[in-house]
Design a protein. Structure first.
Length: 158
């Protein structure tokens, strides 16, 4: 069973690297700016990359670390689901969507510079679709699947 876990964890690790690479490709090469929720949705992949690598390096606490990775993917599922709800109009945009866009202590000049440089991306706007689905929708499904996979890994540890 443990060899099976190593294979599964390697697959999740590779998938996390691939997911982050695709997100950065879409952002920096294709020029689609992510909203704040999109940036938050990357956290579980980065965390799994670090934590699963840690499992292979220290070869201890595998079950505990796998539980933490599971919690990150559950968090990712919830954030992605919320993001899809905002895109579809089921939920209104939250304060998270406005982070960094408002600062009451800004001078007029700083505000003008910020407006000239970049306007904040709304969490409602879908700037990139793949097979007609928003990346938040795809991420919701993938995060749920990865949560299930990590649950299987934890059960395999016994």
């Amino acid at each position: 069973m443990l060899n099976n876990n190593k294979l599964i964890l390697n697959s999740v690790l590779i998938f996390s690297i691939l997911s982050l690479a695709i997100a950065y490709f879409i952002q920096y090469i294709l020029g689609h700016e992510p909203c704040n929720l999109c940036l938050i949705e990357r956290i579980p992949y980065l965390a799994s990359l670090i934590l699963i690598s840690f499992i292979f390096i220290i070869n201890k606490f595998e079950k505990v670390i796998a539980c933490i990775v599971l919690l990150f993917f559950i968090f990712g599922s919830l954030v992605s689901f919320y993001h899809v709800g905002i895109e579809q109009g089921f939920f209104s945009e939250s304060l998270v969507c406005d982070l960094g866009s408002n600062d009451e202590n800004m001078s007029k000049e700083d505000l003008l510079k910020q407006l000239q440089n970049k306007t904040p991306i709304s969490c409602k706007e879908v700037t990139f679709r793949f097979f007609g689905l928003s990346l938040a929708t795809i991420n919701t499904v993938i995060s749920i699947l990865l949560s299930g996979i990590m649950l299987k890994v934890i059960k395999n540890y016994g």
